[in-house]
Design a protein around this ligand. Structure first.
Ligand SMILES: Cc1cc2nc3c(=O)[nH]c(=O)nc-3n(C[C@H](O)[C@H](O)[C@H](O)COP(=O)(O)O)c2cc1C
Length: 204
């Protein structure tokens, strides 16, 4: 009888031992696959973000630095590419000369060349920055719309100015963007971070 009890106990111990081992294996496997899934999701999330930010372009011209500051701030928020437009002829730094040259371009319908316009067709969203001159966009903005290759981009104009809002540029921008394959937004005046933050949230 004693012998039977000993054998029974041994058998029970063996059963418990293998049971625990099996459960431990299962738990480790389950745990690692959960971690893999988490890591994969995490990678995918990063790829998605990268993919989306790759499709955003912030392109601008700035003469005295205000629009550049705004463009760089926008770029820091939305990532993607940042391009400062190089123009021919270039504008003078001197205020009086700049005032004359830019007015003359309006009067004579001059469209300055943009020397480094990237292939716009690869972007989904384009932030287009310029200073307001004479209550309207500078004349090279005509060139941007004329020479850019568009296939459905959302174009978001932003301007810096002494006081003019983006609304003063609206009718000019609408005309320039007419019959282009773009989704032209109203845009915004980008003189301070609060306004910029408010607008770019919609497009992130
Ligand atoms: C020729 C010229 C015309 C301007 N016209 C206007 C205007 O119509 N309305 C306005 O609010 N500011 C006007 N400004 C001020 C600029 O829009 C403002 O200083 C802008 O932030 C400059 O941008 P930037 O530093 O990127 O060149 C004008 C400036 C210049 C040089």
């Amino acid at each position: 009888m004693k012998k039977v009890a000993v054998i029974g106990s041994l058998f029970a111990i063996i059963l418990v031992f293998f049971g625990i081992r099996r459960y431990a294996n299962y738990a480790v496997k389950k745990g690692s696959s959960f971690m893999n899934q988490f890591e994969n999701n995490n990678n995918k999330q990063q790829l998605n973000n990268k993919h989306e930010s790759d499709e955003i372009l912030t392109i601008y011209y700035s003469n005295s630095g205000a629009t550049e500051k705004a463009a760089k701030y926008i770029h820091r928020q939305v990532s993607g590419d940042l391009v400062e437009m190089k123009l021919t002829p270039n504008y003078p730094d001197d205020y009086q000369q700049l005032a004359e040259v830019s007015k003359d371009q309006i009067d004579n319908n001059v469209h300055p060349r943009i020397d480094n316009l990237p292939d716009l067709s690869k972007y989904r969203v384009i932030f287009l920055g310029f200073p307001t001159w004479y209550h309207r966009p500078p004349m090279f903005i005509n060139t941007f719309f004329e020479t850019g290759h568009f296939n459905g981009q959302t174009v978001i104009p932003f301007t810096t100015s002494m006081s003019s809002g983006i609304d003063e540029s609206a009718s000019y921008l609408e005309k320039m963007g007419q019959n282009k394959k773009i989704d032209l937004q109203d845009g915004f005046r980008a003189n301070n971070q609060t306004t910029i933050d408010k607008f770019i949230k919609q497009y992130q």
